[in-house]
Structures are given as C-alpha cells and as structure tokens.
Design a protein around this ligand. Structure first.
Ligand code: PBG
Ligand code: ZN
Length: 323
C-alpha cells in the first residue's frame, strides 16, 4: 500500500542530515573586505559605528589584521581606500603611490598567495562623492571610463590579482580590459559588479568609506531594485565586454537575481552581502533578538544555494574561525 512521503527519515540524525546536505559553505568561497586609510598615524584603527566589529585601518593596522586572518585561513580580500585628499578628478584613485596601491604592495610582499582584489571606483576619491566625473550635476559616462581604466592598471602594477569595478558606468569592463591588455596584464581577471542595484543597504558602507554623494543619489547609474530582466542585460553586456566573474549586489534581498544570473551564464557568480545586511544582523544580535552565528550561517548558505559561487562578506573573519 503506498504511503505518504516521509521526509523526516532523512532528518533523523546529524550524520544523515550532513550526508544529504546540498549546499556547503567553504572557506575558499569567502572574500573579506577592508577599509584602509591614508594617514601618518600608524595606530589608526577607527571603529565604524554603523558596522560593529569593522574598522577603518592604517596600513600598519591592516597588516596586523590580515596577518591574524591569514592565520585563520583567509584566502582572498577586497580593498577600499580612504585617501587623505579628495578632488574633482579622483586623482587619489590612480596615484601609483595611493593608499590602495601601497596596501596591495604591502599585502603581496607579506603573503604572495593571498588573492588581493581592489574595488575599482572613484567615489571614495571624488570631492562630490559620485562614482564618476561630474559636470553640471551630471555624472559623465565616457570621460569616467578613462580614469577607471587608469585606476585598474595602477592596481595591477601594484600587484593586484584581480580588479572589481563597482562604478556602474556603461562600457567600463571593455575600457578596463583594453587598458589591462595594453599594459601587459592580459591574464588579470575582472570581477565585474555586473548587477549592482541603487540600494539603501549601502548606507553603513558610505560612513565606512566616507563616500556618500554630496548631492543627489546614484539612481542614474546604479540599477532600479524593481528590475530583473534588466539585470540579465547588464550581465550579458559585461560578459560580452570581457568580465570573468559576475557579481550581484546586494545579496540576500536579491536571491532571485543571483539564481537568474547563475542559470543564464556560465561565468562564476559572486554575491556581495553588503554593509546594511551585515549591520542588520549585528544590531539584532546585539539586542539579543537573534543568534548571530546561526543567522550568518543560514544567510550565507541561502546565498550559495541561490547560485553564488563566492560571497563577499564582512563576516568572513568570524566565519573562518567557525567553519
Ligand atoms: C563603491 C562601492 C559601494 C559599495 C561597494 N563599492 C558603495 C556605493 O555604491 O555607494 C557598497 C558596499 C557595501 O554597502 O557594503 N562604488
Ligand atoms: Zn563608487
């Protein structure tokens, strides 16, 4: 006599559950993110109030922190720079002696095998806080491409293993690919922030990176959260232009997009659990409302289950200790 489905049979013991588990989080899937500040104060280590546990770090403090993380198994990291001076042309971004360039050299000298991937954008370096050149209140697309390409080449020359453009200007992957190839870096991959939404979840990051736009918002270049077909057009454009890894950002509120990009392209997919996602978990945990470690593991497992191959998360350091 046929019986109803007894799904509980496979959930009876931890061994059984582990045996049939479909998704696994691995240390090599996680990329940590660091904020490095151009300062003479070697001991500079400023807590970011909206991101408990995260700091703005001097080069020396970054070195100490990365050393600790490498001991715990860190494999890869992304860098954001906070320059001493900002100007209209973001000159700190492509200064060969800029803070990110110096951080890359420091890290690669200490840990040649650690994968270093700087974020490529101008917003931390422009006085107005936009991701490109501004004229009459407008963020100009094509003149910005040249500066992004210069920045990427400068990072490559400093020793970066990969570059990750996050600006959302049209054609930037092509411009960066072309510039890298011409500068002798045909083998340096590009992880494109292919599908980046104009999200309110970036709020804490803008405090951390001191990169909030001084006027207006980023809706004329980042995507409308309401759109998913557009996400596939953006991803297709970046694949065509030469992106090696496609990123979707934010992560948890956009799992449908992660899944669609995963199913539509054969390139690896990255998902970025952004600052607001991090801060919400931290805040609730600090109030005793949720179990932080369990919620972090569940969130990241969900992001992988949706199709992400790698995850950028501020929880990486903590997770390396638990995985
Ligand atoms: C810079 C950049 C941002 C983030 C990554 N790169 C901010 C923005 O676009 O305003 C957001 C990361 C986060 O919120 O954790 N373009
Ligand atoms: Zn930017």
């Amino acid at each position: 006599m046929p019986e109803f489905h007894r799904g509980r049979r496979l959930r009876r013991s931890r061994t059984m559950r582990d045996m049939v588990r479909e998704t696994e989080l691995r240390p090599q899937d996680l990329m940590m993110l660091y904020f490095v500040v151009e300062t003479d104060d070697e001991n500079f280590e400023k807590p970011i109030s909206s991101m408990p546990g995260q700091h703005q770090l001097s080069l020396q403090k970054l070195e100490q922190r990365v050393a600790q993380a490498v001991d715990n198994g860190l494999r890869s990291l992304m860098l954001f720079g906070i320059p001493a001076q900002k100007d209209e042309h973001a000159s700190g971004a492509y200064d060969d002696n800029g803070i990110v360039q110096r951080a890359i050299r420091m890290i690669k000298a200490n840990w040649p095998d650690l994968l270093v991937c700087p974020d490529v954008c101008l917003c931390e370096y422009t006085s107005h806080g936009h991701c490109g050149i501004v004229q009459d209140g407008d963020v100009l697309n094509d003149p910005t491409l040249e500066l992004l390409a210069r920045t990427a080449v400068s990072y490559a020359e400093a020793g970066a293993d990969m570059v990750a453009p996050s600006d959302m200007m049209d054609g930037r992957v092509l411009a960066i690919r072309d510039a890298l190839d011409n500068a002798g870096f045909p083998n340096l991959p590009i992880m494109s922030y292919a599908v980046k939404y104009a999200s309110a979840f970036y709020g804490p990051f803008r405090e951390a990176a001191e990169s909030a736009p001084q006027f207006g918002d980023r809706k004329t270049y980042q995507m409308d959260p309401a759109n998913s077909r557009e996400a596939l057009r953006e991803a297709a454009a970046d694949v065509f232009e030469g992106a090696d890894i496609l990123m979707v950002k934010p992560a948890l509120p956009y799992l449908d997009i992660v899944r669609q990009v995963r199913d539509s392209f054969d390139a690896p997919v990255a998902a970025y659990q952004v600052s607001g996602e991090y801060s919400m978990i931290k805040a609730a945990a600090q109030n005793g409302w949720i179990d932080e470690q369990a919620v972090v593991l569940e969130s990241l497992t969900a992001i992988k289950r949706a199709g992400a191959d790698l995850i950028l998360t501020y929880f990486t350091e903590d997770l390396l200790k638990t995985l």
